[in-house]
Design a binder for this molecule. Structure first.
Ligand SMILES: CC(=O)N[C@H](C=O)[C@@H](O)[C@H](O)[C@H](O)COP(=O)(O)O
Length: 242
């Protein structure tokens, strides 16, 4: 049973991740803010966004629950990798601080439990632990995370590969790397903290399935807010090129 207003507000809803990657034309806080406003108009229950400038800009413009992260560094742990990153994200006004919730060594040497505790004590914000496996999800909940996200499933060398969970995209039988719905079911079945389904939700049907499996909410990014990737899907289908 969750009680925090931001978690209650996204319960049963769609959270839209609004991110542009380094060097891309849309990598600009005002642009991302407009994307966030556009998805809010479409019924997003919450926003997930990256980078301090984007978070500040979006926080000032929108009242929706905001999940903030800061991708930094070129190591294995790059989603809000240290406590300092987490404190900076909290200072933007994000309601929930998303961070790497795996058991890999963190660049500042702190454990996940130490990091979560410090965020709670020093900011009062909630922590979303982005994990890649069932074991990591259970450990992150044990470490005190308020919400567990399946964000990193398929993005660590030891987690289930996305190719193992393909979903058909068209009547021609074309398949696409799918989300790890089994992980959502496993975690939702075992945890009392909310589980957020995130990562490669490219079809509305997949998002609906995650909810049936017990997700608290679903985060969709690429399929809504990344036109370069969406264009590539359609361009390949139209040209027949691989
Ligand atoms: C693995 C990683 O770095 N994931 C990031 C986490 O914030 C984002 O790049 C994703 O876009 C986000 O998780 C939403 O997922 P999708 O774009 O597949 O709907």
């Amino acid at each position: 049973m969750t009680t925090h207003p931001a978690l209650e507000a996204i319960r049963g809803g769609l959270v839209v991740s609004c991110q542009a990657y380094p060097g891309e034309p849309m990598r600009d806080p005002d642009t991302m803010c407009r994307v966030a406003q556009a998805v809010a108009a479409g019924g997003a229950a919450g926003i997930r966004a990256q980078g301090l400038a984007d978070l500040r800009r979006i926080r000032a413009a929108l009242d929706l629950p905001l999940i903030g992260l800061w991708k930094d560094g070129d190591g294995d742990v790059f989603i809000t990798p240290t406590l300092d990153h987490a404190l900076a994200v909290a200072a933007t006004g994000a309601d929930i601080v998303a961070l790497d919730g795996t058991r890999r060594p963190r660049p500042d040497g702190r454990t996940l439990a130490q990091t979560v505790k410090a965020v709670h004590e020093r900011t009062g914000r909630l922590v979303m632990a982005d994990v890649s496996t069932r074991e990591e999800g259970l450990a992150a909940a044990e470490a005190g995370a308020d919400v567990i996200g399946t964000t990193l499933a398929g993005y660590t060398p030891y987690s289930r590969r996305p190719e193992d969970t393909p979903w058909p995209r068209s009547s021609t039988g074309e398949t696409h790397p799918g989300p790890d719905l089994d992980l959502v079911a496993e975690l939702a079945g075992e945890l009392s903290v909310p589980v957020i389904a995130e990562g490669r939700y490219h079809l509305a049907e997949q998002a609906a399935e995650a909810m049936r499996l017990g997700a608290h909410a679903v985060v969709v990014g690429t399929a809504i807010t990344h036109p370069t990737t969406i264009t590539r899907w359609f361009a390949r289908a139209v040209t027949g090129e691989p």
